[in-house]
Design a protein around this ligand. Structure first.
Ligand code: PHE
Length: 478
């Protein structure tokens, strides 16, 4: 039973495949290609990857199903859907706060996500220029960034960060593209974008991975990613692995709740949720297998941190056959992935504005995207004119974080785990059990297993990690 016939924005996906592509598009993004390899590299590889996969299976997957089913059962924007389900279950309306928390998180993530995506656009231009140069010199398969030494390549990132105008312009381009797609509607915008961009993304990903496996040190990358060294695991790594699992699956940021509301009633949600989680995880692992062989091939450090794809990889492309072409393909691929994610981040708050204020969709998208853009401008300025601003400086776990890092840290370490924790409590304990079971389409043992994971394991595990993340900080020991 769905509580309403259709989303109050009146929209539906045209098919199950369309929903899967859009949801996988939301899940697969900078999180998979930039954040996951970075974290895996910093945390020693194998053990982190293993814990990450464990979190995805035991916590992420049940939560994806929980959020999508809440969205479909309610059939409204993220806040309205939770309110509807709470009402139907004779529970307090206040639970709709879960929706509010989630779309706020999505909105804040969007604001800095777009800034980082702007860096990607910069590298699409750089690599494109380089490839065109190679093409016109009659040697399209030449190495990338030809004739540049490492210092020049590394310096490019610093130059970009020092240039507020450029950072803001790139951020504006990306946000405008995101707004344009969301303004075009669920069917003609979001769905269409996912239908084109996701297959293109997969093809490019496979091409670069195969390239890396031939030209790079594939075996070493495999052993780096799959040989666990549990000595490298500590509470911080666990915390990061969970945060990354939530972020990568697009949980607790309003996107899945909102996309769920557009799912037709006859779609079986459990296998669909599984496909989303599996696809997202495969892409993260493939991204590692794409990046690390190249990094190892030229003797670079896998623990280079956030600079991994913006500095290390261009250095690597510089030394590899057909590097200019591959470099361009690589950055275009990340751009596609980022765009299908940012539209889900914008859709959450936009759907709420449409429902709440009865604004027309394009107007709502422009307002929400515009405000997120302004917050992003502050993030961009945090790299230059406001580089000593520490917005959460009073809070010791964020004491060293610049504006962008503060937003990233606050959403990732606090808002997402909190949002996921509340969803687990709500779906596991508060909402009407019959409604929930019917929406899952699960029966017997499978339903019991799923319910156990949502009602017990998720709150306990997510709650502990949240506490671990915060308490040492609150006590001033980290
Ligand atoms: N999952 C996206 C990524 O991995 C980011 C995202 C988070 C998108 C939350 C939507 C909601 O890049």
């Amino acid at each position: 039973m769905a509580l309403t016939q259709s989303g109050s924005t009146g929209d539906h996906w045209s098919s199950r495949t369309a929903f899967i592509l859009a949801a996988v598009g939301a899940a697969v993004g900078l999180g998979n290609i930039w954040r996951f390899p970075t974290l895996a590299g910093e945390n020693g590889g194998g053990a982190f990857v293993l814990v990450y996969i464990g979190f995805v299976v035991l916590l992420g997957l049940p939560l994806v199903l929980s959020e999508v089913l809440l969205g479909r059962a309610g059939g409204e924007d993220a806040i309205g859907s939770v309110r509807k389900v709470a009402e139907h279950s004779n529970r307090s309306e206040a639970w709709k706060g879960i929706g509010a928390l989630q779309i706020t998180a999505g909105f804040l993530i969007l604001s800095f996500y777009s800034v980082v995506a702007g860096w990607v656009i910069n590298y699409v231009f750089v690599a494109g220029e380089d490839f065109l140069g190679a093409l016109f010199s009659g040697n399209p398969l030449s190495v990338a960034f030809a004739g540049e030494d490492q210092a020049t390549i590394t310096g490019r990132m610093g130059d970009l960060f020092a240039d507020p105008g450029k950072l803001i312009m790139l951020h504006a381009i990306f946000m405008a593209a995101t707004i344009w797609i969301v303004a075009s509607g669920v069917h003609d915008g979001i769905e269409k974008a996912a239908k084109w961009l996701m297959p293109a993304f997969f093809v490019l990903l496979v091409i670069v991975t195969i390239y890396g496996s031939f030209t790079g040190e594939f075996a070493r990358a495999v052993s780096f990613m799959f040989t666990p060294d549990f000595g490298k695991l500590n509470p911080t790594a666990l915390n990061e692995a969970l945060g990354q699992a939530l972020f990568s699956l697009s949980l607790a940021a309003g996107g899945l709740l909102t996309y769920g509301a557009y799912v037709q009633r006859d779609v079986k949600l459990a296998p669909t949720a599984a496909m989303i989680a599996i696809a997202d995880t495969c892409v993260a692992i493939l991204a590692g297998l794409m990046i690390f062989p190249i990094v190892f091939a030229v003797g670079l450090d896998p623990a280079a941190g956030p600079a991994l794809i913006f500095q290390s990889l261009p250095i690597a492309f510089n030394q590899m056959p057909a590097g200019s072409l591959v470099g361009l393909v690589f950055f275009v691929l990340i751009f596609f992935a980022a765009l299908t994610s940012s539209i889900s981040l914008l859709e959450g708050p936009t759907a709420w504005v449409i429902d709440r204020f009865r604004f027309r969709r394009p107007f709502a998208a422009i307002i929400v995207g515009g405000v997120a853009f302004l917050i992003g401008v502050a993030c961009a300025l945090g790299y230059n004119v406001w580089s000593d601003v520490r917005p959460l400086g009073f809070w010791n776990i964020f004491a060293d974080s610049d504006i962008l890092d503060s937003l990233d840290g606050f959403t990732g370490k606090i808002m997402l785990p909190l949002g996921a924790f509340l969803v687990a409590i709500f779906v596991g304990w508060i909402a009407d059990r019959r409604l929930i079971q019917q929406q899952t389409g699960l029966s017997g043992g499978m339903f019991m297993l799923w319910r156990f994971l949502v009602a017990w394991l998720c709150p306990i595990a997510v709650g502990l990690v949240l506490l671990f993340g915060l308490v040492p900080g609150l006590l001033g020991t980290s």
